[in-house]
Ligand binder design. Structure first.
Ligand code: ZN
Length: 271
C-alpha cells in the first residue's frame, strides 16, 4: 500500500538530533525515507551525508530548501542562482529525489510583490537547465500567504502549476497541507496539477497558532482534514510517499523517539 509509507522531514527533529541520529531514528520507527535540510547535510559534509543515508537504505524524498530568488540587485539574484546550482549538486550527491523550492520574500525595502514573483520565475528558469542535467526535479512549494513578505511570495498551487506549464520539464509541485489547506480552490487546483504533484508534506494547522514559523501542529491536533486532501491528491495521480514536516517548539522540546512514535501513530490514524 503506497499510502502506508511515511518519510521524515528532518526539520521535525532538528533540535534533538544530528543527521546521523535522525536517520537512525527514522529507520528505527519504520519510516521509509528522510528529507534533510541543507544545514544538516553541510554539517556532516555532502559525501558523508550520502554515505549515512545509503547505509540506512532509506529514500531521500526531498532536499530542503532552495529557490528564494528575489533579491535587491542583479548580483544578489545571481548569487542565489549560483547557490541553487550548488544545492542541486549536493542533492545529486546525497541521492535526493527532488529539491523543495520556495518563492522567497520581498527584497529589503521593496513593496513590489509582482516584481518578486517575476524574479522567482526568472531565477527558476536560470537554474532549470542545471537541474535537468543532474536529473534532480525541482518541487515547487507554494507557501501559506502569511509568509508572502519574508519567505514565500508564491502562495497558491495555481501559480506554481502555471510556472510548471510555462517552464516545462524538470519541475513539479510539493503540496504541503500546512500551506495549502485554506485554498477555496484546493480540489480544482490539485486536479489541475495532476501528475505534476511529486511531493506531499503533512503538518497540521493549530488554532490558535501562536507563532508564524515554529508553532506547526502534529497531524490530528489541528483543523486540517488530511484524509480529504489525500483523496484529492491521489485522485490527481500522486499515490506516493507522504512526508511529515513539523516546525514546533513544543515538539522540539520532546525526545526524538517520542516525536517519531506519535508522528507514525497519527499518520496511520488520521492521514
Ligand atoms: Zn513543506
Amino acid at each position: 500500500m503506497p499510502t502506508a509509507e511515511l518519510s521524515l522531514n528532518l526539520a521535525t527533529v532538528r533540535k534533538q538530533w544530528t543527521l546521523r541520529e535522525a536517520v537512525a531514528g527514522a529507520a528505527r520507527h519504520g519510516f521509509a525515507g528522510i528529507a534533510p535540510w541543507r544545514d544538516m547535510v553541510q554539517e556532516a559534509g555532502p559525501a558523508e551525508a550520502g554515505r549515512v543515508v545509503r547505509d540506512s537504505g532509506l529514500r531521500v524524498t526531498g532536499y530542503c530548501r532552495g529557490g528564494l530568488f528575489p533579491a535587491a540587485d542583479a548580483a544578489g539574484r545571481q548569487a542565489s542562482v549560483d547557490d541553487n546550482k550548488r544545492m542541486i549538486d549536493e542533492a545529486a550527491e546525497i541521492g535526493a529525489e527532488c529539491i523543495v523550492i520556495i518563492g522567497g520574500g520581498l527584497p529589503k525595502g521593496s513593496r513590489d510583490l509582482p516584481a518578486a514573483r517575476k524574479m522567482f520565475a526568472e531565477g527558476l528558469a536560470a537554474v532549470l537547465p542545471h537541474a535537468r542535467a543532474a536529473k534532480i526535479p525541482l518541487a515547487l512549494e507554494p507557501m501559506h500567504p502569511m509568509y508572502a513578505a519574508d519567505r514565500g511570495c508564491i502562495t497558491t498551487i495555481a501559480e506554481m502549476t502555471d510556472l510548471c506549464d510555462a517552464l516545462g520539464d524538470g519541475l513539479g509541485l510539493a503540496v504541503d497541507t500546512y500551506h495549502v489547506w485554506w485554498d477555496p480552490n484546493l480540489a480544482r487546483e490539485l486536479a489541475r496539477a495532476g501528475k505534476r504533484i511529486i511531493s506531499h508534506h503533512i503538518c497540521d494547522w493549530l488554532v490558535p497558532t501562536r507563532h508564524m514559523l515554529n508553532d506547526r501542529g502534529m497531524m490530528g491536533d489541528g483543523v486540517i482534514d488530511f484524509k480529504a486532501i489525500r483523496r484529492m491528491i491521489e485522485a490527481a495521480g500522486y499515490t506516493g510517499i507522504q512526508e511529515v514536516e513539523i516546525f514546533s517548539e513544543d515538539w522540539w522540546a520532546r525526545p526524538g523517539d517520542e516525536v517519531l512514535r506519535v508522528a507514525m501513530e497519527r499518520f496511520r490514524a488520521v492521514c
